[in-house]
Ligand binder design. Structure first.
Ligand code: AP5
Length: 217
């Protein structure tokens, strides 16, 4: 199964990716996680660290190269789940070319729809456990006592607005692109995480999951 999860910052891509990985036994490939790992080990150029921390996008060629090198790993042979890539039409075209070269095809592009008013609240309340990588929310998914929590630099209020603007300006063009290819599946991302998972599984044609209302699909 080759799936792309798209949606604005805070839509729940990372949260749903963890569930889908287990369900389909495929790895999650998150360009955001890869870039944060590069930042942590000092291999991301300082100007890119600054761009990321303040809510800007990283140049297409940098993220395309990360994906090009990642998808040949043995764990990707049964399939993979892309989270946060592609984000622009040039990235989507590059992904198409990378897959063509390998004789592989996307099964679906799943968009999580969430209104902007909810996204700010989700992002500023997000905390991650440094030890386990588990994502929590201070209100919606409270961490257990003793969790070693950190807040992402780009989840501070000033960066959040910039990320949402960047999404609306650039990533939104992806939806018509994948709609034209007949790959786009839209899911209401505003319910409880388990309900959103049910919606995602339904649009992926997994038996036993009735589709939740998908807007604009
Ligand atoms: P990235 O790490 O990809 O971040 P993002 O797309 O902004 O998305 P997030 O990780 O913030 O949100 P999410 O949708 O995964 O939500 P989550 O599940 O955590 O990218 C970060 C940066 O890296 C970018 O800004 C850019 O600089 C760079 N970058 C990465 N990829 C790039 C690319 N391809 N091109 C260029 N630059 C790139 O959930 C959020 C919160 O909500 C959590 O607290 C969670 O507990 C809570 N929550 C989740 N679901 C629900 C629910 N159903 N109900 C209530 N709360 C919920």
């Amino acid at each position: 199964m080759l799936i792309v999860l798209v949606g604005p910052p805070g839509a729940g891509k990372g949260t749903q990716a963890k569930v889908l990985m287990d369900r389909f036994r495929i790895p999650q490939i998150s360009t955001g996680d890869m870039l944060r790992a590069a930042k942590a080990n000092g291999t991301l150029a300082p100007e890119l660290v600054k761009r990321m921390d303040t809510g800007g996008l990283i140049p297409d060629e940098v993220v395309i190269d990360l994906i090009d090198r990642r998808i040949d790993a043995p764990d990707c042979q049964p399939g993979f789940l892309l989270d946060g890539f592609p984000r622009t039409v040039p990235q989507a075209e590059a992904l198409g070319a990378l897959l063509d070269r390998r004789g592989r095809k996307l099964d679906a592009v799943v968009q999580l729809d969430v209104d902007r008013r909810l996204l700010e609240e989700r992002l500023t309340g997000r905390r991650t456990d440094k030890r386990t990588g588990q994502i929590y929310h201070l209100v919606y998914s409270p961490p257990p006592p003793g969790a070693d929590l950190e807040q992402r630099a780009d989840d501070r209020l000033e960066a959040v607005a910039k990320r949402l603007d960047a999404y609306e300006a650039m990533t939104a063009a992806l939806l018509p692109y994948y709609e034209g290819k007949g790959l786009l599946r839209r899911v209401d991302g505003e319910g409880k995480p388990a309900d959103v998972t049910a919606g995602v599984l339904a649009v992926l044609g997994q038996p036993g999951h009735a589709a939740r209302s998908s807007r604009n699909a």
